[in-house]
Design a protein around this ligand. Structure first.
Ligand code: ATP
Length: 249
């Protein structure tokens, strides 16, 4: 379908992402509801000018430093993430030394296996949280998202949660974990509860996070900690809202 769209189309990138999601839906990776969640993200991206802000870059730096300082980091993957960012998230997993774990709000056997297959196809070496491996339960959470891998999210100190729902983010924070969210909506519960929120499209955020990790990898732990300490999530969220307000007036 995308072949029918001229290369000069101003919304080409956005249309490519939509097509990836629809393909992901057809192949059983994405839930119907995931298509709607993407729509919410797209609306915010439109208001943010479909580009990465300086504040998103600050959050990305802080996220890179946090991942490099983590003892047991992990990256949570849902259907939308696998459909639009499979290769990027695998690259992040490699450079952040953080395994990938499937975690779904609409969990079913077929979908979790389809996501696992997709990640393995693009080069992941192992995928946590599939089938009987999601045998642990997060306290204070009723949704299917409570099912986690005892080797992964359950014991992680830092959890990357792209395109997350607020309930699980809250449950993870209550457990004392550090949360790095990637969410285009600076008003979401996830965005406000996370330690670091990258308000950017996942398709731009993950490659720039990988770049940041490579760039600061050789700093000392003290220098990395300084980057983390300097970052103020509330301020960065407020700045993203300012951009949106500016776009509206
Ligand atoms: P919360 O419970 O945190 O308030 P929510 O109920 O809106 O959030 P979901 O419906 O699960 O949560 O939606 C997932 C989030 O992912 C939304 O906030 C949406 O803006 C965001 N999102 C969707 N697509 C993208 C994308 N491509 N890049 C970054 N964020 C996205």
């Amino acid at each position: 379908m995308i072949k029918q769209v001229p290369a000069t189309h101003p919304r080409l990138k956005s249309l490519i992402i939509r097509e990836k999601l629809v393909n992901g839906f057809t192949r059983g990776l994405v839930a119907r509801e995931g298509l709607i969640a993407h729509g919410r993200g797209e609306a915010f991206d439109y208001l943010l000018g479909e580009k990465t802000s300086a504040f998103a870059l600050d959050a990305t730096q802080a996220a890179a430093a946090t991942l490099l300082l983590a003892k047991q980091p992990i990256i949570s993957v849902n259907g939308n993430v696998a459909a639009v960012s499979a290769t990027d998230i695998i690259e992040l997993s490699k450079y952040a030394n953080a395994p990938l774990e499937v975690n779904l709000f609409y969990r079913d056997k077929k979908r979790e296996q389809a996501i696992e297959r997709e990640l393995l196809k693009y080069g992941a070496t192992k995928v946590f949280g599939v089938g009987p491996n999601a045998s642990a339960r997060l306290p204070d959470l009723d949704s299917e998202r409570r099912k986690v891998d005892p080797r992964g999210i359950l014991v992680a100190d830092v959890v990357v949660v792209p395109l997350e729902d607020g309930d699980r983010a809250e449950a993870l924070v209550k457990m004392g974990k550090k949360i790095i969210a990637i969410d285009l909506n600076p008003l979401s519960r996830t965005a406000s509860i996370a330690d670091i929120t990258i308000v950017d499209n996942i398709t731009r955020a993950i490659p720039s996070l990988v770049y940041a990790i490579k760039r600061i990898n050789n700093l000392t732990n003290k220098e990395k900690q300084k980057i983390v300490n300097k970052f103020d999530n509330k301020r960065a969220l407020a700045k993203s809202l300012e951009i949106i307000r500016g776009a509206m007036t």
